[in-house]
Ligand binder design. Structure first.
Ligand SMILES: Nc1ncnc2c1ncn2[C@@H]1O[C@H](COP(=O)(O)OP(=O)(O)O)[C@@H](O)[C@H]1O
Ligand SMILES: [Mg+2]
Length: 201
């Protein structure tokens, strides 16, 4: 099997044309806690991917789930938004991304790790990496989701981040239910500081 990516919590392999996502053991965690956490995130990601498939949201199809540490998911051919944003029509891409975050939030799905490393440009923009996702209708949770995207843009796309975030919010405002409340909450969230979940921990 060919290793295609290794992050803080998972190794991704190419397996018969699909992607195997393995949440590997973390020896610095207490064994029982480590197993619970990896199993929880694996099951969580599987559950969200099924929900996304049901609403025809562009995300990988779930193929297998061992409920412990392995998911087999569809391989989305394309390029990471992280690697192509600057070189492309980023107004169009960010408008699309904002509209898609609105669709997630309108379905009470908080992504939990919105970054341009978790988006792939194929025929359209696909979202991946739902291990930190959860269901919520709270403006606070939606606002933090958007805030995390902003932090990621600032650090990875510092030349264009302000415009990118503006374009993202323009379409989010139009498409998301209760977007006024969420965006107002975002202002409050901005004043409070950093939020990024630490996956590796
Ligand atoms: N379904 C997929 N199709 C294509 N590439 C993928 C897919 N899932 C993951 N990848 C690649 O593997 C990387 C890591 O996967 P991800 O699910 O984001 O795990 P993590 O960030 O937790 O390590 C992604 O940034 C992407 O490059
Ligand atoms: Mg990721």
């Amino acid at each position: 099997m060919k290793l295609i990516a290794q992050g803080a919590e998972a190794k991704l392999f190419l397996e018969e044309g699909n992607i195997l996502k393995n949440r590997f053991k973390k020896t610095y965690r207490i064994k029982e806690i480590d197993e619970k956490l990896r199993s929880f995130r694996t099951r969580r990601e599987a559950k969200i991917l099924q929900k996304l498939h049901a609403i025809a949201f562009p995300a990988p199809k779930l193929i297998k789930n061992d409920e412990k540490e392995n998911l087999v998911i569809e391989n989305i051919g394309g390029k990471l938004i992280k690697n192509i944003l600057e070189k492309n029509n980023y107004k169009k891409l960010c408008n699309e991304i904002g509209g898609k975050i609105a669709v997630l939030h309108n379905n009470s799905i908080i992504h939990g790790d919105l970054t341009t490393s978790n988006m792939i440009l194929s025929k359209e923009v696909y979202f991946i990496d739902f291990g930190l996702s959860f269901f919520s209708e709270k403006a606070e949770d939606k606002a933090v989701d958007l805030h995390l995207l902003k932090e990621g843009l600032e650090s990875k796309h510092y030349r264009i981040w302000e415009k990118c975030f503006k374009y993202t919010l323009e379409s989010y405002r139009k498409e998301a239910k209760n977007s006024n409340e969420t965006l107002k909450r975002l202002e409050a969230v901005e004043k409070r500081g950093r939020y990024r979940a630490r996956k590796g921990r």
